[in-house]
Design a protein around this ligand. Structure first.
Ligand SMILES: NC(=O)C1=CN([C@@H]2O[C@H](COP(=O)(O)OP(=O)(O)OC[C@H]3O[C@@H](n4cnc5c(N)ncnc54)[C@H](O)[C@@H]3O)[C@@H](O)[C@H]2O)C=CC1
Ligand SMILES: [Mg+2]
Ligand SMILES: [Zn+2]
Length: 276
């Protein structure tokens, strides 16, 4: 099956194609959706900070217009990336997730981090270049570890104060310089709940464009320790039996996949497939 969405570095000097527009309020939408005729959109009263050619949707070029202000043309409104993750066409979400990461990176790399000079797009490559000191800056990706800790028919789930009320999820955290994914996993589990784990098994990965995480997903078995939730970070953490689970994260998240996969395996149900 051919992919509906593929990334590419396109020349913004070329006319035509589709455009998606992003502001601090999310992506511009109208009744037809999120893809606009680019030549039309560029004539609207919108304030473009930067433009990048990002790929092809159904074979047609797509450009990102990263806007300075969230003034929307008549008949248009804004929709946040999370809403696209939660519902609707997954290929559209993939495209917008990529657009969001490129937009965030382009916005944050208009000036060189080394010498402070202005940067320009490198033709044919996803990079910003400083003519003054030759530094190249590439899109930022933050490796993050996520793990379902299990103990027979029980799973360890926790709540951050930032979660929707009632929802419990797997433990997660950003990798630090100098650690492997497994080191990070052991450190995060120890920091967040003071439990040690064994038999770490890699399950799969997922791009998580909020704003630029690459989630590395694992299962791990409980080894030792009583749950002690980390102050401020973890509001509550508990062992839940797989037949008495709380409200869980969104269906398309790797957190949910790790839980559904374990429950499926323990219960002899068909194994779910990680959306990706
Ligand atoms: N797709 C999924 O199913 C899930 C994704 N996530 C994502 O995993 C990532 C990590 O999870 P958290 O528990 O929030 O991380 P965490 O446990 O490391 O704590 C977050 C803290 O890390 C620091 N931080 C922020 N950005 C960082 C970076 N790029 N590198 C190093 N430290 C940074 C900040 O102090 C922040 O308050 C987040 O992006 C989160 O959205 C988390 C759970 C589920
Ligand atoms: Mg965490
Ligand atoms: Zn420079």
């Amino acid at each position: 099956m051919s992919e509906r969405w593929t990334t590419a570095v396109l020349d913004t000097a070329q006319p035509g194609g589709w455009a998606v527009a992003r502001s601090s309020q999310g992506f511009l939408c109208n009744a037809q959706g999120v893809l606009f005729e680019r030549d039309w959109l560029r004539q609207q009263p919108i304030d473009v900070l930067t433009e990048h050619g990002i790929g092809h949707f159904d074979g047609r070029p797509v450009y990102l217009l990263e806007l300075r202000s969230p003034d929307a043309p008549d008949g248009c409104h804004w929709q946040g990336l999370r809403q696209f993750m939660l519902e609707g066409d997954f290929q559209v979400y993939r495209m917008l997730g990529y657009a969001a990461q490129i937009g965030t990176w382009a916005r944050e790399h208009r000036f060189c981090g080394s010498c402070g000079g202005p940067t320009l797009q490198v033709p044919g490559e996803r990079a910003m270049h400083c003519a003054r000191c030759e530094l190249r800056s590439y899109p930022r990706i933050s490796p993050s570890m996520i793990v379902l800790v299990t103990r027979g028919d029980e799973v360890l789930l926790a709540r951050s104060p930032r979660f929707v009320p009632g929802v419990y999820s797997t433990l997660a955290g950003f990798a630090e310089p100098g650690e492997s994914a497994e080191d990070c996993l052991r450190r995060e589990v120890m920091e967040e709940v003071q439990v040690s784990v064994r038999n770490i098994q890699y399950i799969g990965s997922q791009c998580w464009p909020f704003p630029h995480s690459m989630m590395l997903g694992f299962h791990a078995e409980y080894a030792a320790g009583e749950i002690v939730p980390q102050l401020d970070e973890i509001e509550d953490a508990q062992w839940f039996r797989i037949d008495a689970l709380p409200a869980l994260p969104a269906g398309r998240s790797i957190a949910r996949h790790l839980i559904d996969l374990y429950v499926g395996r323990r219960s002899g149900l068909p194994e779910p497939v990680l959306p990706g």
